[in-house]
Design a protein around this ligand. Structure first.
Ligand code: ADP
Length: 203
């Protein structure tokens, strides 16, 4: 079969990107979306757009985002559903930052079954905590995101360890996980992922 890096021969790639804060989900999501010609959907960006737009949802979740707490499963799933189904209809998606809880993974299962848009692969960007803290503190100085405070960073890392790590294990058990060393340079990570995807399809 043709390698996945050839977008014209691979019109329908559906991927999840899971990793702790600072692991490079946003950067890789954008790069992969371009390489594979599918839409990049970042759960955090969708929520932040609601906060800035002061929508009903935005007003409900602003405090949670700032503190580094997850927003309720039902709210994030509902917020993502229209975008996800539209993207899937266009041929595929890279979904970054969802699911972050096992309950969200179960909601995604139901949605994917209903719309026939199940993810084909789940990429786990693995980076150690020391490096994550360093990157996030650096980002705090350059971008000043509301949740990039020392407390917000610590809480988000803890939430990943306690609540999101089991989601990674779930997909590992299902045999769809691609674990990638996120300590490499951004270019190396993109290449590693594209090569692994094309291997997975060729097999
Ligand atoms: P980071 O990975 O650096 O924490 P994100 O932009 O992915 O950045 O997420 C920022 C915040 O948005 C999270 O701390 C959380 O409050 C909220 N959020 C994003 N995705 C989800 C999700 N799937 N479930 C619940 N809350 C989420």
């Amino acid at each position: 079969m043709a390698p996945l890096a050839e977008p014209t021969q691979n019109p329908a790639m559906r991927l999840l990107l899971i990793g702790p804060p600072g692991s490079g989900k946003g950067t890789q999501g954008e790069r992969l979306a371009e390489a594979l010609e599918v839409q990049h959907i970042a759960a955090g960006d969708v929520l932040r757009a609601h906060v800035y737009g002061e929508t009903k949802l935005g007003l409900q979740v602003a405090g949670l985002l700032k503190e580094g707490e997850l927003v309720p499963d039902k709210l994030i799933t509902e917020a993502l559903t229209p975008t996800l189904s539209a993207a899937a209809e266009e041929g595929g998606y890279i979904l970054d930052g969802f699911p972050r809880t096992v309950a969200q993974a179960e909601r995604l299962d139901r949605l994917a079954q209903r719309l026939d848009v199940a993810p084909q692969r789940v990429i786990h960007l693995d980076v150690d905590d020391g490096e994550l803290q360093r990157r996030l503190l650096e980002r705090a100085q350059s971008q000043g995101r509301d949740d990039d405070t020392p407390d917000g960073i610590a809480r988000r890392l803890e939430v990943f360890r306690t609540t999101t790590a089991p989601v990674v294990e779930l997909y590992r058990e299902r045999g769809v996980l691609l674990a990638v060393d996120g300590a490499q340079t951004p270019d190396e990570i993109t290449q590693t992922i594209l090569a692994a995807l094309s291997d997975a399809v060729a097999r």
